[in-house]
Structures are given as C-alpha cells and as structure tokens.
Design a protein around this ligand. Structure first.
Ligand code: MRU
Length: 357
C-alpha cells in the first residue's frame, strides 16, 4: 500500500505529492495548522485523501491540546474545524469528514466525557475514517471491476489512485481490482494540465505496480478514442450533486464529451462520502480557482507571454447525462441518478456512520 498519509511518533506524515515522481520525501505535520497548509499547498490532494487528512488534523490538534477543561477543548476543536474547512472548497469529502468529526465530538461532549476521553474519541474516529476509506475503495473497486472487459484499455484523468485516497484508490481502485481479478488492463493517463497529477502521480503509482501505462497530453484523448484505442473511461470525483452531475479535475468534462461522441462508456468511481445530496445539481458546486502561476510557469520557467490573462479553474462539472454509471462501495448507481444516489446514501453499508453523507 502506498504511504499517502499516516501517523509516526504522534505526528502526521504525508508523502509530498508535489515532489513526485522525482523525489519521495515526506512532510511532517505537528499541528492542525501544518495539516491545513499541506492541504492548501497540495502536499496532499485528492478528495477522499483531504477528508482523511482533515480528520487526522483534528485528532492531532486534540492530542497536542493543553486545554484544561472540556469547554476550552471544545473551543479549540471547533476553531480547528473552521481552519481545515477553509483550505479547499470543491471536494465535499473534506466537509463530510469535518461534519462527521463534529457529530462525534458533540455526542461525546453530551455524554459527559472528560478532556482525555474526548481526545481518545476523536483519535479513534479519525482512524475509523481512514480505515473505512481504504475499505470503501477496495469495495468499489470490486463493483467497478465487473464493468471492465477481460482485455481493456482504460483512459483516466487526473489521479484518483492510492495517493488521492486513504489508500488503494477509486478510479485506480477499479483498475487494481480488475488486474487482481486476472483481467488484462492497460491504462492511458491524461497528463492533466496544469498540475500534472496524471503524468506525475497516476503514472508513478501504476508503473511501480507493473500495470501497463501510457501517458498522453490532454489534447490527445480525442484522437486516441477516434482510433478505437479506448474501451472505457474511469475517473474519480470531488463532489457528486444529487442529480448525478460530477465535479472532477478540470478537463474531465472534455473527456466525457469525447467519450460520448465515440461511444466509449464513461464511468465515475467515488466513495459515498463524495455524494452531496444537499447540492441539487452541478451549478451549486463551488469551483476552486487556483494561482495563475500554475498555468504561466513550469517550476521557475515562465511559459506564457507576459501580459496574457489566465483562467485557472481546478475543476469542471460533467453533466449526469454523460455518465454511464457511478461506482460506489455500495454498488453502481445508474440513471436516473436522483433516485439511485438517494438509495445508495440511505443504505447502511460498510461505513459505520449509517450511510449518512
Ligand atoms: O486538485 P486535486 O489534485 O485535489 O484534484 C483531484 C481530483 O480531481 C481527483 O480526480 C478527485 O479528487 C478524485 S480522487 C479519488
């Protein structure tokens, strides 16, 4: 399993995803502030992974707290929730994890737990969120493997792998499960401008597992599909609205349109924690806009002409009508998504929070 995020000596350790694949270095977080910075600056990224990181950030802050009473601890806890929630706006898993931690904290407080007991409760819940995320990815991988042909060329966008989750991956979880089931799978990884999650992270993950991987520039996906060289598209998601509209890495919508034109099935793989029933459709999903330097520069080298304006949205929304199925740990949702997503969220599945999102 890839070491995306873990505990070491009472600190949160993350592989620095900005440095991969050329360097495997780790960032040590000693406070929730460090965790918030790591999320904001993309040391750790990917919707489920930042949810796990936020939960661990809360546990870290509680463990380190010198609060002398439960009221003081609660003030610190809720302030830390706000800090972590302000890091990135699009991936709903971040808010889902924080809300879940808040629920558990409030229940424990009502039950009269002491400061030490509250700290232990929060620690245990963050560990559960991490463990469940890995288990959910494995479960959704098994469901997804069923739609992968015995010999398949899969195109994916961005990185929805072990690095983007607690471990194993969502879209790449489907690939991994299909390979484990004995299917012959090769992967086309869109390089994913401007942050290159596909070229750097997806390719790194797959190559180290011996899965046949070809990196293409984003603009090449259409030619590849037209040449009949893609059997299936599988991508992850940052937030899925109640009607099945899917926010994912910028460029996903382009891939979905191309897939429809070339009659290639377009699947989304995501844990139930990515489904946001409180947002009715994609127009309500906040889209993060990032620093223009991500477009204008490659490292310290300027690529674009000085004076040219830049637009850098980190995500786009693919309308539900382009999606063949949404693969979750509780099964595959099909159209009409407004019904199937509601059903999958209501099921008491492998997650211990009773399926609430
Ligand atoms: O900006 P990022 O790298 O956090 O964006 C990540 C993505 O868009 C992923 O595809 C998505 O979070 C799914 S991860 C399982």
């Amino acid at each position: 399993m890839l070491p995306t995020i873990d505990w070491e000596d009472g600190e949160v350790l993350m592989i620095d995803q900005r440095k991969l694949p050329s360097r495997e270095v780790y960032v040590r977080c000693r406070t929730a502030k460090d965790v918030a910075k790591a999320i904001r600056t993309m040391v750790i990224r990917g919707a489920p992974a930042i949810g796990v990181a936020a939960a661990m950030g809360l546990a870290l802050q509680m463990q380190r707290s010198g609060a002398t009473g439960t009221t003081q601890l609660a003030t610190e806890f809720y302030r830390t929730c706000d800090l972590l929630a302000a890091t990135r706006p699009t991936a709903v898993n971040l808010f889902w994890a924080i809300e879940r931690m808040k629920r558990v904290f409030a229940e424990a407080l009502r039950a009269g737990q002491s400061t030490n007991e509250l700290k232990a409760t929060i620690s245990a819940e963050s560990a559960r969120i991490h463990d469940e995320d890995v288990a959910n990815c494995r479960a959704l991988g098994l469901h997804g493997a069923a739609v992968v042909p015995t010999e398949a060329r899969v195109l994916t966008h961005c990185n929805a792998g072990a690095l983007a989750t607690g471990g194993y991956g969502s879209a790449l979880g489907v690939v991994r499960a299909a390979v484990e089931a004995g299917k012959r799978v090769s992967v086309y990884a869109d390089e994913t401008r401007p942050f290159f999650q596909g070229a750097r992270l997806t390719a790194w993950e797959l190559v180290r597992e011996g899965i046949d991987t070809t990196v293409i520039a984003d603009g090449m996906a259409g030619s590849l599909m037209r040449a009949g060289r893609v059997d299936l598209v599988v991508v992850g998601a940052d937030r899925i609205a109640a009607n099945g509209d899917v926010a994912n890495k910028i460029g996903t919508y382009t891939v979905a349109v191309l897939a429809r034109e070339h009659e290639v099935p377009f699947y989304v793989a995501a844990p139930v924690s990515t489904i946001d029933l409180s947002t009715s459709d994609g127009t309500g999903i906040p889209i993060e806009e990032r620093d223009e330097k991500e477009i204008t520069h490659l490292g310290s080298t300027q690529l674009t002409a000085t004076g040219a304006a830049v637009w850098n949205p980190a995500f786009d929304v693919t309308p539900a009508s382009f999606v063949a199925g949404i693969i979750t740990e509780r099964g595959i949702c099909r159209a009409p998504f407004s019904e199937s997503l509601k059903e999958v969220c209501a099921v008491v599945g492998p997650t211990s929070d009773g399926g609430r999102v």
